[in-house]
Unconditional design. Structure first.
Lengths: 256, 256
DNA sequence: GCAATGCGCGCGACAATCGCGCAAAGCAGA
DNA sequence: TCTGCTTTGCGCGATTGTCGCGCGCATTGC
């Protein structure tokens, strides 16, 4: 993943980094930015921020009324380039669909990006929860089964580094907020080869996930299924779900 | 929309445009790029393309093995900034859900971006077609009901300019491939105030769409519902769907 | 085996980007 | 309605960051 040990000295386009920072400066709390607010949020000077916003506007990525600027749907093309080019999200789709139908839950394919997992494919109920997941959504890796599965594939010392000094934001009363609990869960997952994660992100929901590897044994993501807890034990849910997940895992390994 | 009549002379960050071009150079047919292929696809020099790729890699937006580069899920953050900041996609969600349930079809909210419409919210059947629509997906504006609805809100002379010299790619045997047919459909839509589009994008499917405006009467997007044709007439489908769409339209106008 | 293509890298030069500072415009409170 | 604080757009000179050429080497194809 992070193959950037040393900084490149001259192979660095400062304008690109700043421009991307400006795009990411838009958020829920700041849907419209002026040059000065953008400058404050990105750490670049006001004059420069204004130039970046004007450039982005000219390219169609942002719209503006002359003073305020806001993102235009054009920026979705950037994310789309990923879905268009990454083959994994498409390859997993039929398997997700099959598992969804057989188990009656929502299935996901997620990849790791630094501290978070990103959902890049999904299938199943469209309105599972008030916050319906959409593609590209992110959550902290430690609260969802694909995240635990992916972390369990890293060497233990890297996991320790990952856990170190992290803030564990609780989503439910059951969310682990101590590093030891999360580490124990990851260790258990590593030993078993699959992740069983209960009520970390959402009450009354459990997730079961397995990592997906390429033929070269590189871990590229994880498939998960989210099931209501009901009055089924964790082991019963695993007994139902794991064979299907494993089947998908092996089929995909020969495809990727 | 396009409020950029003249070019800014000095307020132009060349590096940002090139960097974004590099990101968009990745696609289905070119999921992995070398500096030279990227250079060819973007029109910048090989040396420069390499610098942009290295910068993007260092920022985490692309991964690479030293020779080949591919997009990393990090780029989805850029598109996510849009969903996070744009309020319309979130505001329409409950209305889409309600219409989906009542009519039993898939509902969409789409906005116009140059020649295409972009689906930025949706609800309903998760596997409508082999290529399930995901958020951010794009199609030519003339083959989907939201596109026709949005085009019908433009002044006729602008529509003529839009139609002029356009290639109409057929998706089904029924897709209009002549500008006059598309213009007639748009004119009819303008007169009626809603769009009824049949089998332009998908066989045996019809879409019904209404434009959504702000309080200031600016058109910001369109809500559509996609229904199977079955043995229902277009007018029957309109009679079922239009009241619900209109209700959403009016409710949203006071929110946006 | 050789030819051809494509790779990373260093260098000198130019121009693109930088941030300052000013004048005017917007906004809040009185 | 007036006043003062904030923030805006914009011009300018300096510099630094970006450019593309050309080299030598690795890899592929015939």
């Amino acid at each position: 993943m992070g193959s950037e040990q040393e900084l490149d000295r001259r192979d660095w386009i400062a304008g690109l980094e700043k421009g991307l920072r400006v795009i990411e400066a838009f958020s829920d709390a700041h849907p419209r930015l002026t040059p000065s607010t953008a400058a404050r949020r990105t750490g670049i000077t006001r004059t420069a921020a204004r130039r970046y916003l004007l450039t982005l506007q000219h390219l169609g990525y942002v719209d503006g009324d002359g003073t305020y600027f806001w993102l235009a749907p054009r920026v979705l093309r950037l994310g789309w380039s990923y879905f268009d080019s990454a083959k994994a999200p498409r390859a997993v789709q039929p398997y997700l669909q099959r598992i969804s139908i057989e188990l009656g839950g929502a299935t996901f394919f997620a990849v790791l990006d630094e501290d978070e997992i990103v959902f890049v494919a999904r299938n199943g109920t469209t309105r599972i929860q008030n916050l319906g997941f959409v593609l590209g959504a992110r959550v902290a890796a430690n609260v969802a089964s694909p995240g635990i599965a992916l972390l369990s594939c890293k060497p233990p010392e890297e996991v320790d580094k990952w856990l170190e000094g992290r803030k564990f934001v609780p989503y439910t009363p059951s969310t682990y907020t101590r590093a030891e609990d999360v580490r124990a869960l990851i260790d258990r997952t590593r030993a078993l080869g699959y992740a069983l994660v209960e009520q970390q992100l959402k009450q009354d929901r459990r997730g079961i996930a397995v990592p997906i590897r390429t033929r070269g044994d590189d871990v590229i993501g994880a498939i998960s299924v989210s099931l209501p807890i009901g009055n089924e034990t964790g082991q019963q849910a695993v007994a139902r779900a794991l064979p299907l997940l494993r089947e998908a895992e092996h089929a995909l390994q020969s495809l990727l």
